[in-house]
Design a protein around this ligand. Structure first.
Ligand code: MLT
Length: 263
């Protein structure tokens, strides 16, 4: 479905509504960069049996509208808040974000705390960018605006997934078809994001942290120390997975999330 927000239209999957027998609890799935909501297909299929699952394409990605320039993590979080309002969801929900989706989950918790009842943080980090990383993002943003997405997936895909993973082709197709203006705007937004490291101890809601064992972008040790800083947290390491653990090892991730939800 398409949901019209104040200045952009978001494409969104809304499945497993209370009418179809779920418990009525809602899970919001927030995708990583530069992907779209389809990265959560295995999770929405599984958790729609018991929960309402909302999986939007963020502004600038998938089938959603694009706004060029810079889109900050705060803007993405405000979009999600507005989306939930439009869908008539008021109470606290479970927010599950991967990587950039995790940065946005932190901002949702920061800006709209009443929205977030539980957190699932997959392959993400609390820390903001170093100057060098931010500079790299600016270069990439300018490049894709000028030259399009050609060649971007070649450098990116091997870092996103574990060696021998079967999902390379699907990921490559999504990256190749991403909108260059949307990609550039999110890169600039990520470069400006707030550092939440010192605020992790303020997170008092139940939190599951999921990390692919072979994640080279947000490695286990960094994610373990992030978990340790969150009061009510559980850490799940997913074997034979890289940065895109929910896509690479969907059954193992679903099992970890289900066990945590039931605990
Ligand atoms: C992602 O998977 O969303 C990216 O690795 C986030 C980033 O570029 O920091």
């Amino acid at each position: 479905m398409e949901i019209q927000l104040s200045d952009v239209s978001l494409h969104c999957l809304d499945t497993g509504t209370p009418d179809s027998g779920s418990t009525g609890e809602t899970i919001l799935f927030v995708h990583g960069f530069p992907l779209d909501h389809t990265m959560w297909s295995a999770q929405t299929a599984e958790f729609s049996k018991t929960h309402r699952c909302i999986a939007p394409d963020l502004r600038g990605f998938g089938a959603s509208g694009v706004t060029a320039g810079t889109v900050t993590m705060s803007q993405f979080a405000d979009d999600l808040n507005e989306l939930l309002q439009q869908l008539g969801i008021d109470g606290p929900i479970i927010v599950c974000g991967l990587s950039m989706g995790g940065y946005i989950a932190f901002e949702l918790w920061n800006r709209h705390p009443n929205r977030v009842g539980r957190l699932v943080l997959c392959d993400t980090r609390a820390k903001s960018d170093s100057t060098e990383v931010a500079r790299g993002r600016a270069i990439m943003a300018n490049q894709v605006e000028q030259n399009g997405m050609s060649g971007v997936s070649d450098g990116m895909v091997p870092k996103l997934i574990a060696a021998g993973s079967g999902v390379a082709k699907g990921i490559t197709d999504v990256i190749d078809s991403a909108d260059p203006n949307g990609v550039a705007a999110a890169q600039r937004g990520m470069a400006k994001r707030e550092d939440f490291t010192e605020r992790l101890s303020e997170i008092s809601i139940p939190t599951l942290v999921v990390c692919g064992e072979q994640d080279v972008i947000t490695p286990i040790e960094e994610m373990r120390s992030m978990t340790d800083a969150v009061f009510k947290s559980v850490f799940a390491v997913i074997p034979e997975a890289g940065h895109l653990a929910p896509l690479e090892q969907p059954a193992k991730v679903n099992e970890a999330v289900r066990a945590w939800l039931n605990s």
